[in-house]
Each structure stands twice: as C-alpha cells, then as structure tokens.
Design a protein around this ligand. Structure first.
Ligand SMILES: Cc1cc2nc3c(=O)[nH]c(=O)nc-3n(C[C@H](O)[C@H](O)[C@H](O)COP(=O)(O)OP(=O)(O)OC[C@H]3O[C@@H](n4cnc5c(N)ncnc54)[C@H](O)[C@@H]3O)c2cc1C
Ligand SMILES: NC(=O)c1ccc[n+]([C@@H]2O[C@H](COP(=O)([O-])OP(=O)(O)OC[C@H]3O[C@@H](n4cnc5c(N)ncnc54)[C@H](OP(=O)(O)O)[C@@H]3O)[C@@H](O)[C@H]2O)c1
Ligand code: SF4
Ligand code: SF4
Length: 504
C-alpha cells in the first residue's frame, strides 16, 4: 500500500526529510528539483510508515487506498517518475544547522514581505539562538500570493497559511502589517535598526502584452483578475465583463488554468471558499459559456503542469476540449499529451474550456469595448538545442470575445534605493546577496529571496530552498564581520519610525 503525492503538492520538501527510506524525490539537492512539477514517492521503495503524511503542510500525501476518484491518476504519476534508473543514497540528505560564530551577536534581521519567501526566510533565521526578525508587509493581511494568488478552490494548498501562522507566532518575530518599505520606511532606516534586510517582495505586477487594442475596456491581466477574486484590497473596485458568451485567456501557464477554471466552474462550488463576496456575486451572474485558453506553441510545450491539468480535467460540469488537428502536432509519448488525447466529451457540460495552440495574439479589436482577438497562426520549428520555437505562418484567425485576460507571467517592481534588472524584472544578486551592477560588489547588509530574486516561477515550497540559500549567505557575512552594527541600539525603538506602528 504505497503512499502517493497528489495535486496540492507545493514542493516544499518537508516530507523528504521524514522518510526513513529516502523514497521521495527529487530532493532539493538533486538537479531536477527546480524543474520538477511536484515531488514523487517511489511505490517500490515506500514502506508505508506514514511519516510523510503528517509532515506535509497541505495534506498532499495519502495512502493509495484513500485516494479519491480524481486522485487515482496520481498513482501512475508518482510511479512514472521512477521508470528509469535513479541513483539515491539510503537516507535523505541532512540539512546542516546554520551556525553563528560564538562571539557574534545574534542577528537582528528585517524581512520585507510576508509571502512564502519571507516566511521561509524568517523561519530559517529564527533557528539561530537569540535571533530576531521584524517582518514588514504593505497589505493588511499577510502571506502574499499564498493568500491573494492561490485559487480559492485550492483549499488544501491554502492550508499552507496555517504553517505560516505558526512561523509568525514564534518568539523573536514581530509582524508589522500595512507598512510599505520604500514609502513609509526607507531602506536606510531599516539598516539603522537591523544587521541585515532581506527583500522578499515577490513580483507585484504583470508582464504587459504590447499589441494594438491591449488597453481596450474588456481587457485585463490575469494578475488583476486573480487579485480581484481573491479580495486583494488594491483590486476590490475592479469590474470584469462577464456578459459575453466567450472569454479568451492568452498564455497557458498554471495561472491561465486557474482563471479559466474560476470563470467556468459552478459558482455554488466556490461559495464557502475564501473567494471575495463581490467576485462570487459577479460570477453567479456571468453569461460566459466558453473560455478559450490560447498558447503560442504546441500542446507538448503547454506551460501548465500535469497535476493542474488533471485537476482541470476533473472539474465537475466543465468540459475540457482540444481540437484533434492541434493535438496531432506532436506524436511523442508525453504524460500531458496523453491526458489531452484521452479527453472525452462530457454529458451536458454547463461550460467549456477550449485549449488552443499555435496562436500568437496580434491585435485586440472593438470600437469602445473588446469585440474580438486577432491571432496569427504559427508553425513549430525545432531548434538546435532541442527546444521548440514558433514561426508565424501569416495566416490569421479571429475569435469573438467580450473579455480578454492576458496571462503571460508576473513581473517584479523596482524598489527605491535598490538595483534592478529591467530585462528580468528581478534584483541582481549572487546567492541571495544583492549586487551593485556598477561595482560588481555586494550592497552591504542587503539580500533577496523568492520571486524578486529568481523571477516569477516555481511553487510555494520552491521558495524554501531559495530562502535557505539567502540566509546561509547572510550568516556567512555575519560570521565574517561583514555586517555593520546598526546605529539604533534596541529593536524596541523601531515603532518610533512610524507613529502607530504596531506588531501583530
Ligand atoms: C495566481 C497564482 C496562483 C498560484 N498558485 C499556486 C499554487 O496553487 N500552489 C503553489 O505551490 N504555488 C502557487 N503559486 C506560486 C506561489 O504563489 C509563489 O511561488 C510564491 O507566492 C512566491 O513567493 P514570494 O514570497 O516570492 O512572493 P509573494 O507571495 O508575492 O509575496 C510578496 C509579499 O511582499 C509584499 N510586498 C511587496 N512589496 C512590499 C514593500 N515594499 N513593503 C512591504 N511589503 C511588500 C507583498 O504585498 C506580498 O505580500 C501561484 C502563483 C500565482 C501568481
Ligand atoms: N497550482 C499551482 O501549483 C500554480 C498555480 C499558479 C501558478 N503557479 C506557478 O506560478 C508560476 C507563474 O505562472 P504563470 O502561469 O504566470 O507563468 P508561466 O508558467 O511562465 O506561463 C506564462 C505563459 O505565457 C506565455 N507567454 C509569455 N509571453 C507571451 C507573449 N508575448 N505572447 C503570448 N504568450 C506569452 C507563455 O508561453 P511560452 O511557454 O510559449 O513562453 C506561457 O504559456 C509558474 O511557475 C506556475 O507553475 C503554480
Ligand atoms: S509512507 Fe513512509 S516510506 Fe512511504 S514515502 Fe512516506 S515516509 Fe517514505
Ligand atoms: S507539499 Fe511538501 S511535504 Fe507535501 S508532498 Fe509536496 S513536497 Fe512533500
């Protein structure tokens, strides 16, 4: 009776270190960890001890006898990962504790942001005896995209907030909500009160699609739509046109699948979740019958992950559809393609999601409101390095729509006083130390973690090993005497920075 990792896995690898036979992979030290879509249990090696079940913060691991109907496919998903030979040591790698030199004072660290990267950073720092963390969040609620990004119907994934609450309840951590660094408090002020500052501010904005008509009423980014249905205070007043029978989503990553699902699922199934009440009301009145998710490459290059595709396929009342001619583009054996090839029409679906391929958006048209999207049709060209790129064929295809959401990725924002790489939308760094691009030297006492460091990719748990790398660099600098002593003596003086600054 092997155990099985299922859809809500957020790749934080907590299970890896509890397994007595090291049968959960890839582990964070293995080369394929960052590209893996989840972690997998080797059914041939699992001894069914159940230790991993309680270690998982999102309830993703189950004995195979307790899998629900929609989770059955995950048995094969786990087993398939071990089809080839995989060398592994008898025991999982041991993560050495962070060691602060005996004479060094316990560090006092400011962490900016309260999303996954900030939480994992704080948790690492607080393993150092006597260390303290002041965490600053611009919003009135903590947890970043774990609160304002993860879809409301992904209830198990949202349970990660319980683990984050446990982190913030630790002695030594003070959480300041509603404080924006760079506007209410400056970087220099933070350094006056702390040995170091770690920026874990995520990627707050979205990549813009630069085509004619992109700003027409009825167009929006998936970033805005997601923030709206999750009750993000900056987007509470947004409205979206749900009166046309078709919506088009441009891009086919996991965010695109989230928004397509929220637009098509029976709103009654969202009642009782954390969805914003105004969004639920609007969705109840929606006339959308079909959502087209348009990718510019082929089905084998779909940016969504297999677990999310399986979840979408099994959404009650929603038919998922791919045109046979677009599916025939690739004959390779591939798990995602197999799922797409196995799609069957649903009896009386109330709504439909149509996955389209080889379509690059060229123009959005309409007089004073979106009426259609014009796509240029592509063909696939294999590149010398084994990747696939697209070449426009010159043929055009027009899809009528009343709502067009661009879901082509998030993007980091520059912070006052910090270097910023406009090309990648990230802060330049080496191993988490912020680097001044003019001198090539580290900016003293300044670090980054999470999406502002790596760019907007990866799961909640991916930020854990990312934060660990950053805190290791910080502790090395502390031990080597490279951190300046803060000018202000006591952390208790911190509230003086802002009248009414209160920690939670
Ligand atoms: C729509 C969406 C859905 C997702 N769903 C899943 C999922 O189901 N499962 C999964 O594993 N992963 C999911 N992810 C990925 C996951 O959310 C990210 O990997 C993770 O949130 C990135 O963490 P972060 O801490 O770097 O950034 P964020 O989560 O964005 O946190 C950054 C925080 O910093 C705060 N901040 C920004 N600037 C300042 C400032 N100047 N001062 C103070 N505070 C500031 C922000 O308000 C925010 O709270 C999803 C991502 C998106 C976009
Ligand atoms: N449930 C979950 O676990 C979950 C949920 C949501 C998000 N996430 C994670 O969060 C990260 C961000 O997700 P995401 O969906 O925003 O990003 P993403 O996975 O990078 O997908 C971006 C999509 O936009 C397309 N695109 C980019 N530029 C384009 C352009 N100019 N024109 C047309 N299409 C364009 C990409 O196409 P190409 O592939 O051709 O470049 C791709 O389809 C991902 O790592 C994701 O896995 C996880
Ligand atoms: S049940 Fe035990 S042996 Fe199996 S994967 Fe989990 S921890 Fe490892
Ligand atoms: S969420 Fe973490 S603990 Fe749970 S299965 Fe995935 S990697 Fe393991």
């Amino acid at each position: 009776m092997p155990h099985v990792v299922t859809q809500s896995c957020c790749s934080d690898a907590s299970c890896v270190y509890t397994c007595p036979v090291n049968c959960i992979h890839p582990t964070p030290d293995e080369p394929d960890f960052l590209s893996a879509e989840m972690l997998y249990i080797d059914p041939a090696a699992c001894v069914d001890c159940g230790a991993c079940v309680s270690a998982c913060p999102v309830g993703a691991i189950k004995p195979h006898t307790r899998l629900g109907e929609s989770e059955q496919d995950f048995r094969a998903v786990n087993a398939d990962f071990y089809r080839g030979e995989r060398d592994r040591p008898l025991l999982a790698p041991v993560v050495p504790p962070l060691r602060v030199r005996e004479r060094a004072r316990p560090p006092r660290v400011a962490v900016v942001g309260s999303g996954p990267a900030a939480m994992y950073t704080a948790d690492e720092i607080l393993t150092i005896p006597g260390a303290t963390v002041s965490m600053f969040e611009r919003l009135p609620e903590p947890h970043g995209l774990a609160r304002y990004g993860v879809a409301p119907d992904h209830r198990r994934t949202r349970q990660i907030s319980d683990q984050f609450d446990t982190i913030t309840e630790q002695d030594g951590l003070a959480l300041f909500l509603g404080v924006e660094i760079g506007s209410h408090v400056t970087h220099e002020q933070l350094l006056d009160h702390h040995d170091a500052v770690v920026y874990a501010v995520g990627a707050a904005t979205d990549r813009r699609l630069d085509i004619p008509g992109a700003g027409l009423p009825g167009t929006a980014s998936a970033t805005e739509f997601v923030a709206w249905y999750n009750g993000h205070p900056d987007f509470a007043d947004r409205t979206f046109v749900l009166s046309h029978q078709r919506a088009v989503v441009i891009g086919n990553g996991n965010v695109a699948l989230d928004v397509a699902r929220i637009l098509t699922v029976d709103p009654d199934t969202l009642a009782g979740t954390d969805i914003a009440p105004a969004a639920l009301d609007a969705l109840r009145g929606s006339r959308i019958e079909e959502v087209v998710v348009a990718g510019r490459r082929g089905p084998a290059q779909s940016a969504f992950t297999l677990p999310e595709l399986l979840g979408l396929r099994d959404t009650p009342g929603v038919e998922l559809f791919v045109q046979p001619d677009e599916l025939d583009l690739d004959t390779a054996a591939d798990a995602k393609l197999e799922v797409l090839r196995g799609l069957r029409p649903r009896a009386c679906p109330s709504r439909r999601i149509h996955l389209r391929y080889l379509l690059s958006p060229a123009r959005i048209t309409g007089r004073d409101h979106v009426e259609a999207v014009e796509f240029e049709r592509n063909e696939l060209i294999a590149t010398a390095d084994g990747d696939v790129r697209v070449k426009p064929t010159g043929a055009l295809e027009v899809l009528d729509a009343g709502l067009v959401l661009t879901s082509i990725g998030y993007r980091g924002r520059a912070l006052p006083g910090l270097p910023f790489d406009q090309a990648t939308g990230t802060v330049p760094h080496r191993g988490g130390r912020v680097i001044d691009p003019d001198t090539g030297h580290p900016v003293p006492g300044t670090y980054v973690a999470g999406w502002i460091k790596r760019g907007p990719t990866g799961f909640i748990g991916t930020n854990k090993s990312c934060a660990r790398e950053t805190v290791t660099a910080l502790v090395d600098d502390l031990n080597a005497g490279r951190l300046a002593t803060p000018a202000a003596a006591a952390p208790g003086e911190l509230p003086n920075l802002l009248p009414g600054l209160k920690s939670r």
